[in-house]
Design a protein around this ligand. Structure first.
Ligand code: PMP
Length: 429
């Protein structure tokens, strides 16, 4: 193996990282391996994972059951094109997704990443209205502080400020935005919370194909939690104004908020649902867009009678087989109790951070803990502090947040939270 310094030098010179630049001055840490809730760096340091590789590695790393699922599938085939061909892992996974998601969702389109699943959802909504002889319904309506991915369609419905809309203003589709609700998870939804979205629907519903939202938790746009009552009212308004509801559960899906899907907090069903991230337990890149029978039938029966999307690696068998194994692991486990234990520990132990003048808010929902500061963090100085404290935590903007793998031990979670609280305390001016 190359020396760590050579690897870092080559990486800095030639390799792009997410939201970074070539030869950026933020630190990068070479990883040797990862096991359970622990990441081993090339220099031998072992970090407790607080990120689940961005919501995805819910079962931890190097899980024998997931490893075995990949090995078994590899024996048959790693990949096969999905145009005109099908296979058992794709069909089994589709059936399983239909079974565990809200009842009206009956059809599954496999995509390669969350952003693509969002593009597919938007195209489905537009094609649906085209098929229903309402081709004017092409706009998407969403709320501020949302995040749906980095491709152009997904960017167009992400928060205009966080999503840097001005940078891409000549190419980005102009969508409709309403203020996000201010009611937090445990609060009732007031008229002021819902009015902005309702007004947009009232004024523009003849042009709106769908409302797209992250249910209950707005992730990368601010880690905000909002009231299930708001989501309930959005569902009712979409039905009233003849607009489809797309829910993006790419981050919230598969237990993270304490329900299998966050829309269950509001007991509602979308017309179109996007899942990804934890779908394969963080092993492979796979996402899916589910739609109702009504949408699928309308697209088939309309013009041109086909849904116009088809990625090369659609329904990759290795990814589907891993996703099936990951779902089985999750559903066979006492995941509700596990997530509520993590929630309890995060709630109790992160509270100390509330006392600091530089901390604006501490909030917890399911296996998500958020410390919001008054000022944006300096990643360059903060990231090494977390690594020195033995934890992998990746803050952004004003947010230091934790979403550990569900399999994390009580002891490791205690150490993780303790280390984060210590670093936050040291940030006090
Ligand atoms: N939607 C949401 C809610 C997300 O959190 C993300 C990823 N952070 C995406 C979409 C995009 O997924 P991907 O990065 O897999 O394209």
């Amino acid at each position: 193996m190359q020396s760590q310094n050579t690897l870092l030098e080559q990486d800095q010179r030639h390799v792009w990282h997410p939201y970074s630049a070539i030869q950026a001055d933020t630190p990068i840490y070479p990883v040797k391996s990862a096991q359970g809730a622990h990441i081993t760096l090339m220099d031998g340091r072992v970090l407790i994972d607080g990120m689940s590789s961005w919501w995805s590695a819910i079962h931890g790393y190097n899980h024998p059951v997931l490893n075995q699922a990949i090995a078994a599938q590899l024996h048959d085939m790693a990949h096969i094109m999905f145009g005109g061909l099908t296979h058992q892992p794709a069909v089994d996974l589709a059936l399983q997704l239909v079974k565990i998601t809200p009842e009206p969702l009956q059809t599954v389109f496999f995509a390669d990443s969350g952003s693509v699943a969002v593009e597919v959802a938007m195209k489905m909504a537009i094609q649906y209205w085209h098929a229903k002889q309402q081709p004017n319904k092409q706009k998407l309506l969403t709320i501020r502080n949302g995040y749906h991915g980095d491709t152009f369609g997904a960017m167009s419905v992400s928060d205009p400020d966080n999503g840097m809309h001005s940078l891409f203003s000549n190419t980005l589709t102009k969508q409709l935005f309403a203020e996000a609700p201010n009611c937090t998870f445990n609060q009732p939804c007031t008229v002021e919370d819902i009015a902005p979205l309702e007004n947009q629907l009232k004024a523009n519903h003849t042009q709106i194909a769908a409302v797209i939202l992250e249910p209950i938790v707005q992730g990368a746009g601010g880690m905000r939690f909002y009231s299930p009552e708001y989501l309930k009212q959005v569902r009712a308004l979409c039905s009233k104004y003849n607009v489809l509801l797309i829910l993006d559960e790419i981050a919230t899906g598969f237990g993270r908020t304490g329900k299998l899907f966050a829309c269950e907090h509001a007991n509602i069903a979308p017309d179109i649902l996007c899942v990804g991230k934890a779908l394969t337990g963080g092993y492979m890149t796979l996402a899916a867009t589910l739609a109702t029978q009504e949408i699928a039938d309308a697209i088939r029966d309309g013009e041109p009678g086909l849904f116009m999307h088809g990625p090369t690696f659609m329904a990759n068998p290795l990814a589907c087989a891993t996703a099936l194994a990951s779902l089985k692991l999750l559903l066979d486990s006492p995941w509700q109790a596990t997530v509520s234990n993590i929630e309890r520990m995060l709630t109790t132990e992160l509270q100390v951070c509330q006392q600091y003048s530089h901390v604006k808010d501490v909030r917890v929902l399911g296996a998500i803990g958020v410390i919001e500061l008054h000022q944006p963090v300096d990643l360059k100085t903060l990231q090494p502090k977390f690594v020195e404290a033995g934890v992998w935590v990746r803050p952004f903007n004003k947010l230091i947040y934790l979403m550990p793998p569900f399999i994390i031990s009580t002891e490791a979670l205690n150490m993780l939270i303790g280390a984060v609280c210590k670093v936050v305390a040291e940030l006090e001016p």
